[in-house]
Design a binder for this molecule. Structure first.
Ligand SMILES: [Ca+2]
Ligand SMILES: [Ca+2]
Ligand SMILES: [Ca+2]
Ligand SMILES: [Ca+2]
Ligand SMILES: [Zn+2]
Length: 340
């Protein structure tokens, strides 16, 4: 077995005589008439920054002329995340004093329910020099660029079998999460909610607005996903035209678009982005559970640690993913995303 990527070619040589030979080279996706061309799925990727409290941090200085250390509150209410850059590298690192934040990139999951050992929301916010943030990550994007690129690579490994290549359109956009209808940062409560009274997904989609188009899928790495009251910390979720047809949450100008949301600190082997791309390309919900496939499955699947786990899709899924969806039909299978 030889390893080949989606951009590879297969070359066959035939030596007829020592001076006469023939050769033929074909792309690896040219194995069937319907897969003659590699199709591209373009993603526009946003990564939300972790929420923080703009309450300032305690700067400790020592003045030999006074008996004890002097404590000063720095950066309160200035509208920016304030921290003491001890190592002078321009970013916040674990251990550096800072305003309190939720270290989603290290897997912080807020639980305010006393019945299940929870504690008040404010107590989950910790400065960088207080545990667990002393040994976690600094305050920054919920997912590092390396994590985003690793998810992308996994998605490409997953979708190569359908002749589909996934690419990021432009650079990765790192930004504060938007403000919800209640005037607060949507992640400040510790969760990115997909239903309920405050729908953070709708706030995010609305804030992206007309920058989103039907031909490029929007992917947002954000806080831990929750369907309030049912699922906490889902790995990913896709707002696809089929879903908008069902529940009518969005203004009609945005209904043709595709949005995917990914939770922080999830295992790469879950193939979360690859799975959500399945929803995006087929415009279909999850239907059943088979451990060998990564889409469509409606159960938490095992990681892709073995060849028979989470690595395959059905032939019918491949075909649907390569099928155009008619603009007039929000509920039809296929998509308006892939192109040569
Ligand atoms: Ca501040
Ligand atoms: Ca630093
Ligand atoms: Ca962090
Ligand atoms: Ca929220
Ligand atoms: Zn799904």
């Amino acid at each position: 077995t030889l390893r080949a990527t989606i951009d590879s070619e297969v070359a066959a040589g035939y030596l007829f005589t020592p001076t006469i030979s023939f050769g033929h080279t074909v792309p690896v996706t040219d194995r069937d008439p319907d897969k003659r061309r590699t199709l591209r799925l373009r993603l526009r990727v946003r990564v939300h920054l972790e929420p923080y409290l703009d309450t300032g941090y305690v700067q400790v200085t020592n003045d030999p002329s006074t008996p004890g250390p002097i404590e000063t509150i720095v950066g309160a209410g200035d509208g920016a995340f304030s921290f003491q850059d001890d190592n002078g590298n321009g970013v916040h690192d674990p251990g550096e004093p800072s305003e309190p934040y939720l270290d989603f990139s290290s897997g912080v999951l807020v639980n305010t329910n006393p019945a299940t050992g929870g504690m008040p929301l404010e107590e989950w916010y910790k400065p960088g020099n207080e545990a667990p943030n002393t040994n976690g990550n600094g305050r920054g994007p919920v997912a590092s660029t390396a994590t985003v690129l690793a998810e992308l690579e996994r998605a490409n490994i997953a979708w190569a079998q359908a002749g589909i290549k996934v690419v990021i359109d432009g650079g990765i956009i790192i930004e504060e999460a938007p403000t919800g209808a209640d005037g607060l940062n949507i992640l400040s409560d510790g969760w990115f909610s997909l239903n309920g009274l405050v729908i953070d997904a709708v706030a995010t989609i609305t804030s992206i607005g007309q920058l989103a188009t039907p031909s490029v899928a929007e992917v947002v790495f954000t806080g831990p996903l929750t369907f309030i009251g049912s699922v906490l910390n889902a790995a990913g979720f896709a707002f696809i035209p089929w879903l908008k047809d069902q529940i009518g949450m969005l203004p009609s100008t945005l209904k043709q678009n595709t949005y995917m949301f990914i939770s922080p600190a999830i295992s790469l082997g879950q193939r979360a982005l690859a799975h959500e791309i399945g929803h995006a390309l087929t415009n279909q919900p999850d239907t059943f559970f088979t451990p060998s496939i990564f889409f469509p499955s409606d159960e938490p699947a095992p990681d892709d640690l073995a060849p028979h786990l989470q690595r395959r899709i059905l032939h019918s899924t491949e075909m649907t993913a390569r099928t155009p969806r008619p603009t007039a039909c929000l509920g039809c299978s296929g998509n308006m995303l892939v192109a040569p």
